[in-house]
Design a protein around this ligand. Structure first.
Ligand code: AMP
Ligand code: MG
Length: 404
């Protein structure tokens, strides 16, 4: 059986980033930049005032103090956005506002708190150094510098910088369109009453939500019964419209587990088992050039296998450079048993307390217990050969929800 890492490597070898598209800057948040962004101008584009105050010639202010102010003649006011053309000469000053272009001749700005204005004269109360309170042209980003690398997910700061550089639209990698299909005769849609023996389909919602959180587009959700023909026609009609198909359920060895058979018929199965818990049965296939995952039906297994396999795949298809969640070394606060020869991913709540990370298990680890994932913010990784982790031992936690 493949290990988790072997399965991940196989999957990532099989998928490539989607084609590049241009997107208007206002819709670029969260998208992955597809080309290095080189600054076409100096930022800021001109020397400007860092303060409200007076633009002066520094040498005019030599020796200035409260007791011994230097008097300068004020020629006028330069507001942000103004363009003052006449050079400033010895003995002159200009009232100037933050962000305003430094007038020719001036080489310092004295903050307003260090001045005493009266009519068209200003008294300077402190000696100024050349360059003081001036933000020089290009100090933020010089022209020609590569400021944002290809593969970066655009946040508010990147979007702002792209605007400063004058990019109304930017090249980004495509977002995978993903269809999610729940399989199972026992499932009813969320707004339907529950007859005996039935449960609501939660996987198509949970897996659909995880898809969106990974930056992909949820194309559609579907439910098919455990019927090979129904599944086959659903897959065939969706394939031309999407970049990836996810199914849940029907991949184990129960009598009604149809996914493996239908997918094997329609495409090529890469693998169908991974040595992990939860989630041993897991189909990865190529359906007419599109990646397809058959996730297990148990709600926890479907989300954990999504986390470990589907999320990195969707990130790679979006062109993201970093496919990994952050991980920390943490102390388990309770004994943790793991009986099987499979790598185990234990739901836990990990917090930073008393100078170290500490993890508490989220109760019984049954793979049907979706509520345990509601409490969890991390998965503790228990290697295949380990069967018991004593309280107080250190393990690795994958932080699935770092911020919450
Ligand atoms: P299966 O993998 O189809 O054998 O399903 C394993 C378990 O997960 C069974 O208890 C199913 O009822 C449950 N299950 C399967 N699909 C879903 C779903 N879409 N929503 C909630 N539970 C499901
Ligand atoms: Mg089933």
């Amino acid at each position: 059986m493949l290990s988790v890492i072997e399965a991940q490597e196989r999957i990532l070898r099989a998928v490539a980033p989607l084609a590049v598209e241009m997107v208007s800057l206002q819709f670029a948040l969260g998208r992955i930049l597809a080309k290095d962004s080189v600054c076409p101008l100096d930022l800021p584009p001109f020397n400007n005032s860092g303060m409200d105050g007076y633009a002066v010639l520094a040498e005019d202010t030599v020796g200035a103090s409260e007791a011994n102010p230097v008097k300068l003649k004020v020629l006028g006011t330069v507001a942000a956005g103004d363009w003052w053309i006449d050079p400033l000469r010895a003995g002159q000053a200009l009232r100037i506002m933050t962000g305003a272009l430094i007038p020719p001749g001036a080489d310092a700005v004295v903050m307003v708190e260090k001045t005493r204005p009266s009519a068209d004269i200003v008294e300077i109360l402190q000696q100024a150094k050349s360059g003081q309170n001036i933000r020089p042209k290009g100090e933020d980003v010089p022209q020609g510098k590569t400021v944002i690398r290809e593969g970066t997910r655009l946040r508010a700061a990147e979007v702002g910088l792209l605007a400063s550089m004058g990019f109304a639209s930017v090249p980004v990698h495509g977002q995978p369109r993903v269809a999610v299909i729940s399989t199972g005769d026992e499932l009813v849609e969320v707004d339907q009453p529950l007859p005996p023996g039935k449960i609501r389909d939660s996987n198509s919602y949970a897996v659909g939500a995880a898809t969106q959180r990974a930056g992909a587009l949820l194309h559609s959700r579907h439910h098919v019964e455990d019927d090979p023909e129904a599944l086959r026609s659903c897959l065939e009609s969706l394939l031309p419209q999407v970049d990836m198909i996810l199914t849940t359920g029907g991949v184990s060895v129960g009598d009604f587990d149809v996914v493996k058979a239908v997918v094997g018929d329609l495409g090529d199965i890469n693998f169908w088992k991974v040595a992990m818990k939860p989630g041993k049965p897991l189909v990865f296939a190529d359906l007419r050039g599109k990646p397809m995952f058959g996730l297990p039906g148990n709600p926890v297994s479907s989300l954990v296998t999504f986390e470990l396999f589907v999320r990195p795949t969707l990130l790679k298809m979006q062109g993201t450079r970093n496919l990994q969640r952050p991980a920390v070394t943490t102390m388990v606060m309770q004994e943790c048993r793991s009986s099987e020869q499979r790598e185990e991913f234990v739901r836990a709540r990990t917090i930073y307390e008393n100078g170290q990370y500490q993890s508490r298990l989220c109760g019984d680890q049954g793979s049907g217990r979706l509520s345990s994932l509601v409490e969890a913010n991390s998965l503790l990784v228990i290697p295949a050969e380990v069967t018991r982790v004593p309280a107080g031992a250190l393990v690795t936690a994958i932080m699935t929800d770092w911020e919450e």
